[in-house]
Design a protein around this ligand. Structure first.
Ligand SMILES: [Fe+2]
Length: 526
């Protein structure tokens, strides 16, 4: 080896090392705060920087990527110096590669993510779980029931398994950290974000979060640390009508009239109408009937369950009690103080938050086990849920043997569990299937014949196929929140002003007096 080559190699090694030690960004996260097929929010801690991204992998050569986006938000919350870059205008069902090039000139490793589809025929897979807080410790000794004396290690094990499974997104049902006055909150969140990096696959693949609030945090924590919507409850459209995913807030109470009115309005728009999704899935933190510590939540039973049943909810994701259960399909009993098995019209409830949190004892065992509970147990794990048009398939993955799980290497939406996972295999079987006669999502009547320009910054023109009588036009943002409502009668065209809307995806719902509903996606341009 001549001196020149030796110089190049040693310089290259130095530069690699220098880049490594000078990388001033860390604690990377992805989250949805808008349409999951065309937008994403990239979060990190540390220095300010610019996200460089595109659909071709240029590794860490940031200047080769065709797109760039600066930070949209910078803040410090709970001791974390968070930055967020909100990417919009992405292509659906597409793998994007990105790096963060920071103000000191360092570039992060190359990451990638996969936007969701706009086709209900495309399956989607997601992980559901919650309660990842550490146990109380006194002078370094845990005083709660943490397996092997260390709850945090179990949280890390679960995160490492996420990286192997490669879900399309993660529904986290609340309770991240202890976050109480006896704890160092900054250190707890720092540890949580440290551990979350284990969810990133070895090829840099990252997985977006869909979050709901638990009792150990408030919505400002999630908004400021993850950039999810500040709204305390919201809905996401997954794969253009495959799943309407409701993220409810159990902490403000199920009978909170504002949330309840919003929920019932959204349910009625998407039930027995042309825009009904294949599946309705709800997540919230506090169970309607907890298997440990808390028992019946009467407010939820009174205010939510009838609405869930009337409007065809298929699956409810819960957390909070630090146990594991899945129910038979069940409905509210006649006295309203519990459920009863109902395999025809019932809803499946799964939970209840075992992403490492201290273990608790089941309250209803042996002859006292609830008749609507299919199986229950106490161990660390989360649910893996694969959803296609005609089937929801549910497994529970135990936090065991992460190192021996094989890595799925492709980027196909709706993948299966990799081999080597340790699935919960209780008395009544290791897999739940929820099936339905899938309906074709199609617009059955076409009142609106032209919508233009779309995208638009201000005015959108809508032309109808006839002179309308007694129709209403409602405008919703991508999270299912009503933005405006107006009557349309005696005209065959309409001008809609969208200047005050947030950028991104919004929906118009056109309703006639016979209960027919037509939905169209409109995009507010930046
Ligand atoms: Fe909780």
């Amino acid at each position: 080896m001549n001196v020149f080559n030796s110089y190049i190699i040693s310089t290259s090694i130095f530069l690699l090392f220098a880049q490594e030690i000078c990388s001033n960004t860390f604690h990377y996260t992805l989250s949805y705060r808008d349409d999951p097929s065309t937008t994403i929010s990239i979060g990190w801690s540390g220095d300010d920087g610019v996200v460089y991204y595109g659909t071709t992998d240029y590794g860490s050569n940031y200047s080769s990527y065709p797109n760039s986006h600066a930070t949209d938000r910078m803040l410090t919350h709970k001791g974390q110096n968070r930055r967020f870059s909100r990417l919009t205008g992405l292509q659906p069902n597409t793998v994007y590669y990105f790096v963060i090039h920071d103000i000191s000139g360092a570039t992060s490793q190359r990451f990638k993510f996969h936007t969701l589809s706009i086709t209900p025929n495309t399956p989607v897979s997601f992980i559901s779980g919650g309660d990842s807080r550490d146990g109380f410790s006194l002078l370094g000794v845990y005083i709660e029931n943490c397996p092997s004396g260390d709850c945090r290690q179990k949280r890390k094990d679960g995160n490492a398994i996420v990286a192997k499974i490669r879900p399309d997104f993660i529904a986290f049902n609340g309770d991240f950290v202890q976050n109480q006055i006896t704890s160092d909150i900054s250190q707890e969140w720092n540890n949580w974000l440290d551990d979350w990096q284990l969810t990133i696959s070895s090829d840099g693949k990252m997985y977006p979060l869909v979050l709901t609030q638990g009792n150990h945090e408030d919505n400002s924590d999630m908004y400021n640390l993850f950039d999810i919507p500040m709204d305390e409850y919201y809905t996401l459209d997954i794969h253009n009508g495959l799943i309407r995913f409701y993220s409810l807030n159990s902490e403000i109470g199920a009978c909170n009239s504002t949330q309840l009115n919003w929920l019932t309005n959204d349910f009625s728009n998407y039930t027995n109408t042309a825009i009904e999704p294949n599946w309705k899935i709800v997540q919230h933190h506090n169970p309607t009937y907890a298997m440990a510590n808390y028992g019946l939540n009467q407010d939820q039973m009174n205010c939510w369950i009838d609405e869930f049943q009337t409007h065809g909810v298929n699956l409810v994701l819960e957390s909070h009690s630090h146990t594991t259960k899945w129910s038979w399909p069940c409905t509210k009993n006649s006295s309203g103080d519990g459920f009863e098995k109902d395999t025809v019209n019932g809803i499946v409830y799964i939970g209840e938050g075992q992403w490492g949190a201290p273990h608790r004892d089941l309250d209803f065992t042996g002859n006292d086990q609830k008749s609507w509970i299919r199986d229950q147990g106490v161990f660390d794990g989360f649910f893996f849920i694969r959803t296609s048009k005609d089937t929801i398939q549910i497994n529970n993955v135990k936090f065991e043997n992460a190192a021996s799980i094989s890595l799925i290497s492709d980027d196909v939406l709706g993948s299966y569990l990799p081999s080597g996972t340790t699935n919960w295999n209780p008395t009544n079987g290791s897999t739940i299937y929820i099936t339905s006669t899938a309906t074709e999502i199609s617009e059955q009547f076409k009142i609106a014949t032209k919508i233009y320009p779309n995208p638009s910054k201000s005015i959108i023109h809508i032309e109808f196929n006839k002179v309308l009588e007694n129709n209403t036009l409602e405008l919703y943002n991508s999270l299912g929140k009503l933005c405006s409502k107006e009557s349309i009668s005696g005209v065959n065209k309409h001008q809609l002003n969208i200047e005050k809307l947030c950028n991104g995806v919004n929906y118009i719902l056109l309703k006639d007096d016979k209960g027919n509903i037509e939905s169209h996606k409109i995009i507010k341009a930046e």
